[in-house]
Design a protein around this ligand. Structure first.
Ligand code: NAP
Length: 496
Protein backbone atom coordinates (compact mmCIF):
# COMPACT_ATOMS: atom_id res chain seq x y z
CA UNK A 1 0.00 0.00 0.00
CA UNK A 2 1.09 3.59 -0.63
CA UNK A 3 0.69 6.39 1.89
CA UNK A 4 0.52 9.69 0.03
CA UNK A 5 1.88 12.68 1.92
CA UNK A 6 0.13 16.01 1.54
CA UNK A 7 1.85 19.20 2.62
CA UNK A 8 -0.13 22.35 1.83
CA UNK A 9 -0.20 25.66 3.66
CA UNK A 10 -4.00 26.05 3.51
CA UNK A 11 -6.66 23.76 4.96
CA UNK A 12 -8.83 23.96 1.86
CA UNK A 13 -5.99 22.77 -0.40
CA UNK A 14 -5.18 19.91 1.94
CA UNK A 15 -8.84 18.83 1.96
CA UNK A 16 -9.09 19.12 -1.83
CA UNK A 17 -5.92 17.04 -2.40
CA UNK A 18 -7.12 14.43 0.10
CA UNK A 19 -10.43 14.06 -1.80
CA UNK A 20 -8.64 14.04 -5.18
CA UNK A 21 -6.22 11.31 -4.09
CA UNK A 22 -9.04 9.07 -2.93
CA UNK A 23 -10.69 9.55 -6.34
CA UNK A 24 -7.37 8.41 -7.85
CA UNK A 25 -7.49 5.25 -5.74
CA UNK A 26 -5.36 6.23 -2.71
CA UNK A 27 -6.25 4.26 0.42
CA UNK A 28 -3.98 5.97 2.92
CA UNK A 29 -2.98 9.64 3.19
CA UNK A 30 -0.57 11.44 5.50
CA UNK A 31 -1.55 14.96 6.46
CA UNK A 32 1.59 16.94 7.21
CA UNK A 33 0.18 19.52 9.59
CA UNK A 34 3.59 21.21 9.84
CA UNK A 35 2.96 22.66 6.35
CA UNK A 36 -0.16 24.53 7.41
CA UNK A 37 0.69 28.19 7.86
CA UNK A 38 -2.34 29.27 9.95
CA UNK A 39 -3.71 27.86 13.22
CA UNK A 40 -4.37 24.17 12.57
CA UNK A 41 -8.02 23.09 12.71
CA UNK A 42 -7.68 19.34 13.20
CA UNK A 43 -11.40 18.69 13.39
CA UNK A 44 -11.93 20.33 10.02
CA UNK A 45 -9.22 18.18 8.43
CA UNK A 46 -10.38 14.91 9.95
CA UNK A 47 -14.19 15.24 10.22
CA UNK A 48 -15.18 13.93 6.79
CA UNK A 49 -11.87 12.35 5.79
CA UNK A 50 -12.42 10.13 2.78
CA UNK A 51 -9.82 7.46 3.65
CA UNK A 52 -7.57 6.22 6.45
CA UNK A 53 -5.24 9.01 7.56
CA UNK A 54 -1.86 9.48 9.21
CA UNK A 55 -1.35 12.71 11.14
CA UNK A 56 2.20 14.03 11.32
CA UNK A 57 3.57 17.31 12.70
CA UNK A 58 7.21 17.21 11.70
CA UNK A 59 9.78 19.49 13.35
CA UNK A 60 12.48 21.25 11.32
CA UNK A 61 15.17 19.02 12.88
CA UNK A 62 13.39 15.98 11.39
CA UNK A 63 13.00 17.53 7.93
CA UNK A 64 9.64 19.20 8.56
CA UNK A 65 8.45 22.78 8.73
CA UNK A 66 7.16 23.00 12.30
CA UNK A 67 8.88 25.76 14.28
CA UNK A 68 6.35 26.33 17.11
CA UNK A 69 6.65 25.18 20.70
CA UNK A 70 6.91 21.51 21.59
CA UNK A 71 3.97 21.87 23.99
CA UNK A 72 1.73 23.15 21.21
CA UNK A 73 2.87 20.30 18.95
CA UNK A 74 2.02 17.71 21.63
CA UNK A 75 -1.43 19.22 21.97
CA UNK A 76 -1.98 18.88 18.22
CA UNK A 77 -0.87 15.25 18.22
CA UNK A 78 -3.11 14.42 21.21
CA UNK A 79 -6.03 16.21 19.58
CA UNK A 80 -5.62 14.12 16.41
CA UNK A 81 -5.64 10.96 18.54
CA UNK A 82 -8.71 12.18 20.44
CA UNK A 83 -10.42 12.69 17.06
CA UNK A 84 -9.83 9.02 16.29
CA UNK A 85 -7.30 9.40 13.45
CA UNK A 86 -6.25 5.97 12.15
CA UNK A 87 -2.48 6.56 12.55
CA UNK A 88 -0.38 9.06 14.47
CA UNK A 89 3.30 9.62 13.66
CA UNK A 90 5.39 10.07 16.83
CA UNK A 91 9.15 10.65 16.67
CA UNK A 92 11.08 8.22 18.86
CA UNK A 93 12.23 10.94 21.27
CA UNK A 94 8.68 12.02 22.17
CA UNK A 95 6.69 8.79 21.71
CA UNK A 96 7.13 7.89 25.41
CA UNK A 97 5.30 11.08 26.40
CA UNK A 98 2.16 10.33 24.38
CA UNK A 99 0.32 7.23 25.58
CA UNK A 100 -1.82 4.94 23.45
CA UNK A 101 -5.47 5.98 23.29
CA UNK A 102 -8.49 4.57 21.45
CA UNK A 103 -7.97 2.80 18.13
CA UNK A 104 -5.25 5.10 16.80
CA UNK A 105 -2.22 3.12 15.67
CA UNK A 106 1.21 4.43 16.62
CA UNK A 107 3.89 4.94 13.94
CA UNK A 108 7.13 5.47 15.83
CA UNK A 109 9.48 7.33 13.49
CA UNK A 110 13.15 8.19 13.28
CA UNK A 111 14.89 10.39 10.69
CA UNK A 112 18.57 10.70 9.95
CA UNK A 113 19.44 13.16 7.18
CA UNK A 114 23.20 12.54 7.38
CA UNK A 115 23.65 8.82 6.90
CA UNK A 116 22.32 5.30 7.41
CA UNK A 117 23.81 4.40 10.78
CA UNK A 118 25.49 1.09 11.61
CA UNK A 119 23.22 0.19 14.51
CA UNK A 120 19.92 -0.13 12.61
CA UNK A 121 18.77 -3.24 14.48
CA UNK A 122 19.43 -1.76 17.97
CA UNK A 123 17.64 1.40 16.88
CA UNK A 124 14.72 -0.69 15.65
CA UNK A 125 14.49 -2.63 18.96
CA UNK A 126 14.41 0.63 20.97
CA UNK A 127 11.70 2.07 18.74
CA UNK A 128 9.58 -1.07 18.87
CA UNK A 129 9.71 -0.90 22.69
CA UNK A 130 7.94 2.50 22.53
CA UNK A 131 4.59 0.72 22.10
CA UNK A 132 4.90 0.81 18.32
CA UNK A 133 2.32 -0.58 15.92
CA UNK A 134 4.65 0.38 13.07
CA UNK A 135 8.31 1.35 13.22
CA UNK A 136 9.41 3.85 10.55
CA UNK A 137 13.10 4.51 9.96
CA UNK A 138 14.14 6.97 7.22
CA UNK A 139 17.86 7.51 6.72
CA UNK A 140 20.07 9.18 4.13
CA UNK A 141 21.68 6.82 1.61
CA UNK A 142 25.28 7.80 0.93
CA UNK A 143 26.04 4.58 -0.90
CA UNK A 144 23.88 2.01 -2.71
CA UNK A 145 24.67 -0.62 -0.04
CA UNK A 146 22.54 1.42 2.42
CA UNK A 147 19.45 0.32 0.49
CA UNK A 148 20.18 -3.33 1.11
CA UNK A 149 20.90 -2.70 4.81
CA UNK A 150 17.61 -0.90 5.42
CA UNK A 151 15.59 -3.37 3.32
CA UNK A 152 17.06 -6.38 5.15
CA UNK A 153 16.49 -4.70 8.53
CA UNK A 154 12.84 -4.38 7.53
CA UNK A 155 12.62 -7.94 6.27
CA UNK A 156 14.09 -9.39 9.48
CA UNK A 157 12.02 -7.28 11.88
CA UNK A 158 9.36 -8.95 14.02
CA UNK A 159 6.91 -6.02 13.90
CA UNK A 160 5.55 -4.04 10.93
CA UNK A 161 8.39 -1.81 9.81
CA UNK A 162 8.92 0.78 7.11
CA UNK A 163 12.58 1.29 6.27
CA UNK A 164 13.47 3.86 3.61
CA UNK A 165 16.61 5.51 2.39
CA UNK A 166 16.42 9.14 1.33
CA UNK A 167 18.20 10.82 -1.58
CA UNK A 168 18.29 9.56 -5.16
CA UNK A 169 20.70 6.76 -4.22
CA UNK A 170 17.92 5.61 -1.85
CA UNK A 171 15.10 5.48 -4.43
CA UNK A 172 15.34 1.65 -4.81
CA UNK A 173 14.47 1.22 -1.11
CA UNK A 174 11.23 3.18 -1.62
CA UNK A 175 10.23 1.10 -4.65
CA UNK A 176 11.24 -2.29 -3.25
CA UNK A 177 9.60 -1.87 0.18
CA UNK A 178 6.80 -4.43 -0.38
CA UNK A 179 9.29 -7.05 -1.58
CA UNK A 180 11.00 -6.78 1.80
CA UNK A 181 7.83 -6.71 3.91
CA UNK A 182 6.94 -3.00 4.27
CA UNK A 183 3.28 -2.56 5.35
CA UNK A 184 3.21 0.58 3.19
CA UNK A 185 5.55 3.14 1.71
CA UNK A 186 5.39 6.91 1.34
CA UNK A 187 4.88 8.90 -1.85
CA UNK A 188 4.21 12.54 -2.54
CA UNK A 189 1.12 14.11 -4.15
CA UNK A 190 3.14 15.56 -7.03
CA UNK A 191 6.69 14.75 -8.21
CA UNK A 192 7.67 18.42 -8.03
CA UNK A 193 6.54 18.67 -4.39
CA UNK A 194 8.55 15.92 -2.64
CA UNK A 195 8.32 16.23 1.13
CA UNK A 196 11.50 14.20 1.65
CA UNK A 197 14.62 13.88 -0.53
CA UNK A 198 14.20 11.22 -3.23
CA UNK A 199 10.47 10.73 -2.61
CA UNK A 200 8.52 9.60 -5.70
CA UNK A 201 5.02 10.77 -6.55
CA UNK A 202 1.90 8.66 -6.13
CA UNK A 203 1.49 8.72 -9.91
CA UNK A 204 5.05 7.42 -10.48
CA UNK A 205 4.63 4.73 -7.82
CA UNK A 206 1.34 3.48 -9.25
CA UNK A 207 1.70 4.07 -12.98
CA UNK A 208 5.43 3.60 -13.55
CA UNK A 209 6.51 1.15 -10.83
CA UNK A 210 3.15 -0.66 -10.37
CA UNK A 211 3.95 -0.56 -6.69
CA UNK A 212 0.74 -2.24 -5.59
CA UNK A 213 1.78 -5.37 -7.52
CA UNK A 214 5.22 -5.75 -5.90
CA UNK A 215 5.39 -8.81 -3.66
CA UNK A 216 8.18 -10.79 -1.96
CA UNK A 217 8.62 -12.96 -5.06
CA UNK A 218 8.72 -10.07 -7.57
CA UNK A 219 11.83 -10.22 -9.77
CA UNK A 220 13.98 -7.10 -9.83
CA UNK A 221 15.55 -5.57 -12.95
CA UNK A 222 17.02 -2.13 -13.30
CA UNK A 223 19.39 0.33 -14.86
CA UNK A 224 22.74 0.93 -13.17
CA UNK A 225 24.17 4.37 -13.92
CA UNK A 226 25.39 7.62 -12.40
CA UNK A 227 23.50 9.87 -12.82
CA UNK A 228 20.34 7.85 -13.36
CA UNK A 229 17.50 10.32 -12.84
CA UNK A 230 17.23 11.18 -16.57
CA UNK A 231 16.89 7.54 -17.65
CA UNK A 232 13.68 6.65 -19.45
CA UNK A 233 14.37 2.91 -19.21
CA UNK A 234 12.27 2.44 -16.02
CA UNK A 235 9.23 3.84 -17.82
CA UNK A 236 9.49 1.61 -20.87
CA UNK A 237 10.54 -1.62 -19.17
CA UNK A 238 7.92 -1.34 -16.43
CA UNK A 239 5.24 -0.60 -19.02
CA UNK A 240 6.33 -3.73 -20.91
CA UNK A 241 6.30 -5.91 -17.77
CA UNK A 242 2.84 -4.56 -16.93
CA UNK A 243 1.45 -5.28 -20.39
CA UNK A 244 2.79 -8.85 -20.36
CA UNK A 245 1.61 -9.46 -16.78
CA UNK A 246 5.17 -10.34 -15.70
CA UNK A 247 5.82 -10.29 -11.95
CA UNK A 248 8.83 -7.97 -12.17
CA UNK A 249 9.81 -4.38 -11.47
CA UNK A 250 12.51 -2.26 -13.12
CA UNK A 251 14.33 0.13 -10.77
CA UNK A 252 16.76 3.06 -11.30
CA UNK A 253 19.96 2.25 -9.37
CA UNK A 254 22.24 5.25 -8.98
CA UNK A 255 25.63 3.66 -8.39
CA UNK A 256 28.76 5.84 -8.29
CA UNK A 257 31.77 4.56 -10.23
CA UNK A 258 33.59 3.29 -7.13
CA UNK A 259 30.45 1.62 -5.75
CA UNK A 260 29.95 -0.89 -8.58
CA UNK A 261 31.79 -3.82 -6.91
CA UNK A 262 29.67 -3.67 -3.74
CA UNK A 263 26.50 -3.23 -5.80
CA UNK A 264 27.27 -6.35 -7.84
CA UNK A 265 27.92 -8.24 -4.59
CA UNK A 266 24.53 -7.05 -3.23
CA UNK A 267 22.57 -7.84 -6.40
CA UNK A 268 21.54 -11.36 -5.44
CA UNK A 269 20.23 -10.27 -2.01
CA UNK A 270 18.31 -7.44 -3.71
CA UNK A 271 16.64 -10.03 -5.95
CA UNK A 272 18.17 -8.59 -9.14
CA UNK A 273 17.82 -10.83 -12.22
CA UNK A 274 19.02 -8.45 -14.91
CA UNK A 275 20.46 -4.99 -15.49
CA UNK A 276 20.76 -2.37 -18.17
CA UNK A 277 24.20 -0.80 -17.85
CA UNK A 278 25.11 2.71 -18.85
CA UNK A 279 27.59 5.53 -18.19
CA UNK A 280 29.99 5.23 -16.30
CA UNK A 281 29.85 1.43 -15.88
CA UNK A 282 29.78 0.02 -19.43
CA UNK A 283 33.44 -0.98 -19.45
CA UNK A 284 34.10 -1.38 -15.71
CA UNK A 285 31.32 -3.92 -15.21
CA UNK A 286 33.17 -6.49 -17.37
CA UNK A 287 35.35 -7.64 -14.48
CA UNK A 288 32.30 -8.78 -12.49
CA UNK A 289 30.99 -11.04 -15.27
CA UNK A 290 31.57 -14.76 -15.67
CA UNK A 291 30.77 -14.86 -19.43
CA UNK A 292 30.33 -12.30 -22.21
CA UNK A 293 28.94 -12.58 -25.72
CA UNK A 294 31.25 -12.04 -28.74
CA UNK A 295 29.90 -8.50 -29.34
CA UNK A 296 31.03 -7.47 -25.85
CA UNK A 297 34.52 -8.75 -26.62
CA UNK A 298 34.56 -6.92 -29.95
CA UNK A 299 33.17 -3.62 -28.65
CA UNK A 300 34.73 -3.68 -25.19
CA UNK A 301 31.50 -2.49 -23.53
CA UNK A 302 28.50 -4.12 -21.87
CA UNK A 303 25.01 -2.66 -21.80
CA UNK A 304 23.06 -5.66 -20.47
CA UNK A 305 23.75 -8.06 -17.61
CA UNK A 306 21.84 -11.21 -16.81
CA UNK A 307 22.10 -13.15 -13.55
CA UNK A 308 21.35 -16.74 -14.46
CA UNK A 309 21.95 -19.65 -12.08
CA UNK A 310 25.55 -19.15 -10.99
CA UNK A 311 26.52 -17.14 -14.08
CA UNK A 312 26.71 -13.38 -14.56
CA UNK A 313 26.38 -12.84 -18.30
CA UNK A 314 27.24 -9.71 -20.29
CA UNK A 315 25.73 -8.58 -23.62
CA UNK A 316 25.72 -5.52 -25.85
CA UNK A 317 22.36 -4.81 -27.49
CA UNK A 318 23.36 -1.30 -28.72
CA UNK A 319 25.30 -2.54 -31.71
CA UNK A 320 22.60 -4.89 -32.97
CA UNK A 321 19.92 -2.26 -32.44
CA UNK A 322 21.86 0.36 -34.43
CA UNK A 323 22.62 -2.01 -37.30
CA UNK A 324 19.04 -3.37 -37.40
CA UNK A 325 17.79 0.23 -37.68
CA UNK A 326 20.12 1.01 -40.58
CA UNK A 327 19.37 -2.24 -42.42
CA UNK A 328 15.65 -1.62 -41.97
CA UNK A 329 16.04 1.85 -43.53
CA UNK A 330 17.90 0.23 -46.46
CA UNK A 331 15.07 -2.21 -47.10
CA UNK A 332 15.61 -4.90 -44.48
CA UNK A 333 18.26 -7.34 -43.28
CA UNK A 334 19.92 -9.60 -45.82
CA UNK A 335 18.70 -13.14 -46.39
CA UNK A 336 21.06 -15.82 -45.04
CA UNK A 337 24.06 -16.22 -47.34
CA UNK A 338 23.61 -12.82 -49.04
CA UNK A 339 25.47 -9.63 -48.11
CA UNK A 340 23.95 -7.02 -45.82
CA UNK A 341 22.49 -3.93 -47.54
CA UNK A 342 25.24 -2.10 -45.65
CA UNK A 343 27.93 -4.01 -47.55
CA UNK A 344 30.23 -1.58 -49.41
CA UNK A 345 28.10 1.41 -48.39
CA UNK A 346 30.05 4.56 -47.48
CA UNK A 347 29.18 5.46 -43.89
CA UNK A 348 30.30 8.59 -42.04
CA UNK A 349 30.34 8.13 -38.25
CA UNK A 350 30.41 11.31 -36.16
CA UNK A 351 31.78 10.96 -32.60
CA UNK A 352 34.09 8.39 -31.05
CA UNK A 353 32.48 7.50 -27.71
CA UNK A 354 30.67 4.37 -26.55
CA UNK A 355 27.85 4.46 -29.12
CA UNK A 356 30.28 5.15 -31.99
CA UNK A 357 32.29 2.11 -30.88
CA UNK A 358 29.23 -0.14 -31.02
CA UNK A 359 28.21 1.30 -34.42
CA UNK A 360 31.73 0.93 -35.87
CA UNK A 361 31.88 -2.71 -34.70
CA UNK A 362 28.55 -3.47 -36.38
CA UNK A 363 29.47 -1.65 -39.59
CA UNK A 364 32.75 -3.55 -39.84
CA UNK A 365 30.90 -6.87 -39.46
CA UNK A 366 28.50 -5.84 -42.26
CA UNK A 367 31.32 -4.86 -44.63
CA UNK A 368 30.57 -1.11 -44.75
CA UNK A 369 33.27 1.43 -45.73
CA UNK A 370 33.52 3.72 -42.74
CA UNK A 371 34.94 7.18 -42.23
CA UNK A 372 35.00 8.51 -38.70
CA UNK A 373 35.39 12.09 -37.43
CA UNK A 374 35.40 13.24 -33.88
CA UNK A 375 36.15 16.41 -31.96
CA UNK A 376 39.12 14.67 -30.37
CA UNK A 377 40.92 13.23 -33.38
CA UNK A 378 42.96 10.70 -31.37
CA UNK A 379 39.79 8.94 -30.15
CA UNK A 380 38.47 8.68 -33.70
CA UNK A 381 41.84 7.33 -34.87
CA UNK A 382 41.67 4.52 -32.28
CA UNK A 383 38.24 3.44 -33.56
CA UNK A 384 39.35 3.70 -37.20
CA UNK A 385 42.38 1.51 -36.42
CA UNK A 386 40.36 -0.98 -34.36
CA UNK A 387 37.46 -1.36 -36.78
CA UNK A 388 39.16 -0.72 -40.09
CA UNK A 389 37.97 2.70 -41.25
CA UNK A 390 39.33 6.06 -42.38
CA UNK A 391 39.74 8.88 -39.91
CA UNK A 392 39.34 12.56 -40.84
CA UNK A 393 39.57 15.78 -38.85
CA UNK A 394 36.31 17.04 -37.36
CA UNK A 395 36.55 20.15 -39.55
CA UNK A 396 36.88 17.94 -42.67
CA UNK A 397 33.92 15.72 -41.84
CA UNK A 398 31.65 16.68 -44.75
CA UNK A 399 32.97 13.91 -47.04
CA UNK A 400 30.82 12.34 -49.81
CA UNK A 401 28.88 9.49 -48.17
CA UNK A 402 25.81 7.27 -48.50
CA UNK A 403 24.98 7.25 -44.79
CA UNK A 404 25.62 9.64 -41.88
CA UNK A 405 25.40 8.38 -38.30
CA UNK A 406 25.54 10.96 -35.52
CA UNK A 407 27.01 9.44 -32.35
CA UNK A 408 27.68 12.77 -30.61
CA UNK A 409 25.27 14.54 -28.27
CA UNK A 410 25.10 17.53 -30.67
CA UNK A 411 21.42 18.46 -31.11
CA UNK A 412 20.35 16.86 -27.85
CA UNK A 413 18.04 18.68 -25.47
CA UNK A 414 18.52 21.53 -24.52
CA UNK A 415 20.82 22.38 -27.49
CA UNK A 416 18.14 21.55 -30.02
CA UNK A 417 19.20 24.21 -32.54
CA UNK A 418 22.58 22.55 -33.19
CA UNK A 419 23.42 19.98 -35.85
CA UNK A 420 26.68 18.02 -36.28
CA UNK A 421 26.40 17.95 -40.13
CA UNK A 422 25.82 21.00 -42.29
CA UNK A 423 22.57 20.99 -44.28
CA UNK A 424 24.44 22.22 -47.35
CA UNK A 425 26.10 18.81 -47.54
CA UNK A 426 22.96 16.71 -47.16
CA UNK A 427 21.95 14.89 -50.38
CA UNK A 428 18.47 13.42 -50.97
CA UNK A 429 19.97 9.96 -51.62
CA UNK A 430 21.49 9.75 -48.14
CA UNK A 431 20.28 7.79 -45.14
CA UNK A 432 20.68 9.98 -42.04
CA UNK A 433 20.68 8.33 -38.62
CA UNK A 434 20.80 10.42 -35.45
CA UNK A 435 21.32 8.34 -32.29
CA UNK A 436 20.18 11.27 -30.14
CA UNK A 437 16.65 10.42 -28.94
CA UNK A 438 15.71 13.47 -26.90
CA UNK A 439 14.28 15.18 -28.86
CA UNK A 440 13.28 12.59 -31.43
CA UNK A 441 13.18 15.18 -34.22
CA UNK A 442 16.65 16.69 -33.97
CA UNK A 443 17.68 19.54 -36.24
CA UNK A 444 19.83 17.09 -38.25
CA UNK A 445 16.81 14.84 -38.89
CA UNK A 446 14.51 17.76 -39.68
CA UNK A 447 16.98 19.04 -42.30
CA UNK A 448 17.53 15.54 -43.70
CA UNK A 449 13.76 14.94 -43.94
CA UNK A 450 13.30 18.27 -45.72
CA UNK A 451 15.90 17.12 -48.32
CA UNK A 452 13.90 13.93 -48.86
CA UNK A 453 16.45 11.64 -47.13
CA UNK A 454 15.50 8.40 -45.44
CA UNK A 455 15.93 9.04 -41.73
CA UNK A 456 16.50 6.81 -38.71
CA UNK A 457 15.75 8.18 -35.25
CA UNK A 458 17.49 7.61 -31.93
CA UNK A 459 14.09 6.60 -30.55
CA UNK A 460 14.06 3.65 -32.95
CA UNK A 461 17.52 2.56 -31.80
CA UNK A 462 16.61 3.05 -28.15
CA UNK A 463 13.47 0.95 -28.50
CA UNK A 464 15.29 -1.81 -30.38
CA UNK A 465 18.09 -2.05 -27.79
CA UNK A 466 15.51 -2.07 -24.99
CA UNK A 467 13.45 -4.72 -26.79
CA UNK A 468 16.56 -6.90 -27.14
CA UNK A 469 17.25 -6.44 -23.42
CA UNK A 470 13.67 -7.38 -22.62
CA UNK A 471 14.06 -10.56 -24.67
CA UNK A 472 17.21 -11.43 -22.71
CA UNK A 473 15.49 -10.61 -19.39
CA UNK A 474 12.25 -12.50 -19.97
CA UNK A 475 12.78 -14.86 -22.91
CA UNK A 476 9.73 -13.20 -24.51
CA UNK A 477 9.32 -10.83 -27.46
CA UNK A 478 8.99 -7.24 -26.22
CA UNK A 479 5.81 -5.22 -26.79
CA UNK A 480 7.74 -2.78 -28.98
CA UNK A 481 4.71 -0.68 -29.89
CA UNK A 482 3.91 -0.01 -26.26
CA UNK A 483 7.58 0.72 -25.47
CA UNK A 484 7.75 3.22 -28.36
CA UNK A 485 4.51 4.90 -27.33
CA UNK A 486 5.70 5.16 -23.71
CA UNK A 487 9.05 6.63 -24.71
CA UNK A 488 7.49 9.14 -27.11
CA UNK A 489 5.02 10.23 -24.44
CA UNK A 490 7.93 10.79 -22.06
CA UNK A 491 9.97 12.92 -24.48
CA UNK A 492 7.17 14.85 -26.17
CA UNK A 493 5.74 15.19 -29.68
CA UNK A 494 7.73 14.93 -32.94
CA UNK A 495 7.86 17.78 -35.45
CA UNK A 496 9.58 17.46 -38.84
P1 NAP B 1 30.29 9.49 -25.15
O1 NAP B 1 30.96 8.19 -24.90
O2 NAP B 1 30.40 10.58 -24.14
O3 NAP B 1 30.85 10.05 -26.57
C1 NAP B 1 30.41 11.27 -27.09
C2 NAP B 1 31.19 11.60 -28.35
O4 NAP B 1 30.66 12.81 -28.88
C3 NAP B 1 32.69 11.84 -28.11
O5 NAP B 1 33.40 11.42 -29.22
C4 NAP B 1 32.74 13.36 -27.98
O6 NAP B 1 33.96 13.91 -28.34
C5 NAP B 1 31.70 13.78 -28.96
N1 NAP B 1 31.16 15.10 -28.63
C6 NAP B 1 30.62 15.49 -27.46
N2 NAP B 1 30.21 16.78 -27.54
C7 NAP B 1 30.54 17.20 -28.80
C8 NAP B 1 30.38 18.44 -29.47
N3 NAP B 1 29.80 19.48 -28.87
N4 NAP B 1 30.83 18.53 -30.73
C9 NAP B 1 31.41 17.48 -31.34
N5 NAP B 1 31.58 16.28 -30.74
C10 NAP B 1 31.15 16.14 -29.50
O7 NAP B 1 28.75 9.29 -25.39
P2 NAP B 1 27.99 8.00 -26.01
O8 NAP B 1 27.64 7.06 -24.93
O9 NAP B 1 28.77 7.50 -27.17
O10 NAP B 1 26.63 8.67 -26.49
C11 NAP B 1 26.62 9.60 -27.57
C12 NAP B 1 25.19 10.02 -27.86
O11 NAP B 1 24.47 8.89 -28.33
C13 NAP B 1 24.42 10.46 -26.60
O12 NAP B 1 24.54 11.83 -26.44
C14 NAP B 1 23.00 10.04 -26.87
O13 NAP B 1 22.25 11.12 -27.36
C15 NAP B 1 23.12 8.97 -27.91
N6 NAP B 1 22.71 7.66 -27.40
C16 NAP B 1 21.66 7.06 -28.01
C17 NAP B 1 21.23 5.83 -27.60
C18 NAP B 1 20.07 5.20 -28.28
O14 NAP B 1 19.71 4.07 -27.94
N7 NAP B 1 19.44 5.89 -29.20
C19 NAP B 1 21.90 5.16 -26.58
C20 NAP B 1 22.98 5.78 -25.97
C21 NAP B 1 23.37 7.04 -26.39
P3 NAP B 1 35.20 14.06 -27.34
O15 NAP B 1 35.92 12.76 -27.37
O16 NAP B 1 35.98 15.19 -27.89
O17 NAP B 1 34.62 14.37 -25.99
Amino acid sequence: MICVSIGRSRHKHMLAEHAHLVEQGAQLVELRLDYISSRVNIQRLLKDRPCATVVTVRREQDGGKYTGSEDARMIMLREAIANGVEYIDLEDDIAGQIPRFGKTKRIISHHNFRNTPDHLRELHAKMKALDADIVKIATMANQPHDNLRILEMMQESDCPTIGMCMGDIGTPSRILGPKFGAPFTYATFHHERALAPGQLSYDQMVNVYRHNKIKPDTAVYGVVADPVGHSLSPQIHNAAFGEAGINAVYVPFRVPFDGLGQFMEDSNRLGIKGLSVTIPHKEAIAKFLTKVDPAVKGIGAVNTVLFKDEEVLGYNTDYKAAIDCLEHALGGAALPGTPSPLHDKKVLVLGAGGVARAVMYGLQRRGAKTTIASRTRSRAQVLADTFGGKCVEWQARHVPTDIVVNCTPVGMHPNVDESPFSKANIKPTMVVFDTVYNPESTLLLKEAASHGCRIVTGVEMFIRQAALQYLLFTGQEAPEGLMRETLKRAIGPVKY
